[in-house]
Design a protein around this ligand. Structure first.
Ligand SMILES: *[C@@H]1O[C@H](CO)[C@@H](O)[C@H](O)[C@H]1NC(C)=O
Length: 435
């Protein structure tokens, strides 16, 4: 081949990338469009797998109505931080646990991050990648730490998870997305949602809050592990083992609305995993620790009130602060009505013990009703909460889970409704400041 022919060939290989539609996605307007990632479905609607009539599958996940958030505990070799499980993926299983895979060959995207398949730096610098182009760098940074391939090829692993499972999600079919959505926006929505769900399911913290930490000598029974996880999270996951070593966990959900921004409702695992009933090992990882993916870091000092007892003891009065998932500083707290705001937080009266407590404010008793928190004079029966120690902090839990969420982050005079669980877009934990 002549030099000229070679040069022409190289140029034509590079050109489609430069002229690709992603180039235009760098404009701020398009980036914003990507980031918002909203469907037009709302967060209500029929719960997947429970419909009695046919539904619009853009807003009703079908046939994959069971959404499985799957995590790894990789020790041979180790991947990710030593104090966190890592992401395997989000799988849309049918309601009977059969599943489809590789549902759309035309959407097996191969440019999820910034990995370049050509050795040329020139090509690499113009090859704009889906998540980077979408401005989803927070998600990408998180994936780089917590979504790890054992062979070291994270990009290929992400492509595989998207191509095998993400393309089977009915609510992520491109024609379901709002008009004007950029090309491949549905894959960005997929990765954003997987990361958000994972952040609300801190398996390592759930286990350690119940006294179960990695050990090279101890063994556990399956019921020890599942009951600890149920107690900490409120739900029973599926646990998978390889040669008696715990190495995968599956957290099950059903969904109202779209994978993009619908309400994920946790359910108990409809089937057991592969772990034996006894003699299960949970060995330590080698590597470095990280800020836990969810909840406040243990080194954070919180609250304006001085401690009233040893760390973790239950005070009778306290403000309640909000720590967003992955953040080590607080963002406001709870007001008298049980809403989240950055205005001056209310003083809560706490009655009972860490294993069973009730909350009230100057407005009245607090309850969880229809999945959201309210305090007021109309509340006749206060709901039962518990308090869970995490590092040096005491977190409020409902149904054993310290995960709460809302539809937005408040500022100014805006108040956000607090929902139990991680089904809404902003996940956080509630910290007892005076503990
Ligand atoms: C539930 O909705 C899906 C999607 O529209 C449909 O295929 C299925 O038949 C529905 N189930 C019932 C019982 O109507």
């Amino acid at each position: 081949m002549s030099l000229l022919a070679l040069a022409t060939l190289l140029l034509s290989a590079a050109l489609p990338s430069i002229a690709s539609p992603y180039w235009t996605e760098l404009s701020p307007a398009n980036r914003d469009l990507f980031k918002r990632g909203s469907s037009t479905c709302g967060t209500g609607g029929v719960l997947s797998c429970t419909n009695t009539t046919a539904q619009n599958t853009c807003c009703f996940e079908s046939p994959g109505g069971h959404l499985l958030q799957v995590q790894f505990w990789d020790t041979n070799p180790s991947t990710g931080p030593t104090n966190s499980w890592t992401i395997h993926g989000l799988w849309p299983d049918h309601c009977d646990e059969t599943f489809d895979q590789f549902c759309d060959e035309s959407r097996q995207y191969t440019d999820i991050s910034g990995v370049c398949f050509f050795p040329s730096d020139f090509y690499r610098s113009y090859h704009l990648q889906i998540l980077t182009a979408a401005g989803a760098t927070d998600t990408l940074n998180f994936m780089n730490e917590f979504w790890k391939d054992q062979g070291g090829d994270d990009e290929t692993f992400w492509e595989h998870e998207w191509g095998k499972h993400g393309t089977c999600m009915s609510t992520l079919v491109p024609s379901c997305l709002p008009k004007g959505s950029a090309a491949k926006a549905e894959a960005v929505d997929f990765f954003n949602t997987v990361v958000r769900l994972f952040q609300g399911l801190p398996t390592f913290t759930f286990l350690s809050s119940q006294g179960i930490t990695p050990s090279s000598t101890a063994t556990f029974t399956l019921s020890q592990l599942t009951s600890a996880l149920k107690k900490a999270s409120g739900f029973t996951p599926g646990l998978d083992c390889t040669s008696g070593v715990l190495n995968q966990i599956t957290w099950y959900h059903e969904l109202r609305g779209s994978v993009i921004d619908g309400t994920f409702v946790q359910i108990d695992a409809p089937q057991a995993g592969s772990c034996p009933s006894t003699g299960i090992k949970y060995p330590p990882k080698t590597g470095t620790t990280s800020t836990p993916p969810s909840g406040p870091s243990s080194t954070t000092t919180t609250g304006s009130q001085s401690p009233t007892g040893p760390p973790g003891s239950l005070p009778t009065k306290s403000t309640l602060s909000i720590f967003q998932s992955g953040s080590s500083s607080k963002t406001g707290g709870l007001l008298t009505a049980g809403t989240w705001s950055t205005q001056t937080p209310a003083t809560y009266t706490i009655s009972g013990s860490t294993s069973s407590l009730t909350l009230s404010t100057s407005k009245g008793k607090c309850q969880v009703s229809g999945g959201s928190l309210t305090c007021g004079s109309s509340v006749t029966t206060a709901s039962t909460f518990s308090a869970v120690t995490s590092g040096s902090q005491l977190l409020i839990a409902f149904g054993g889970s310290t995960s709460f969420s809302s539809d937005g982050v408040p500022s100014g005079t805006v108040q956000e409704t607090v929902f139990t669980g991680t089904g809404h877009s902003k996940a956080f934990s509630i910290v007892v400041d005076a503990a």
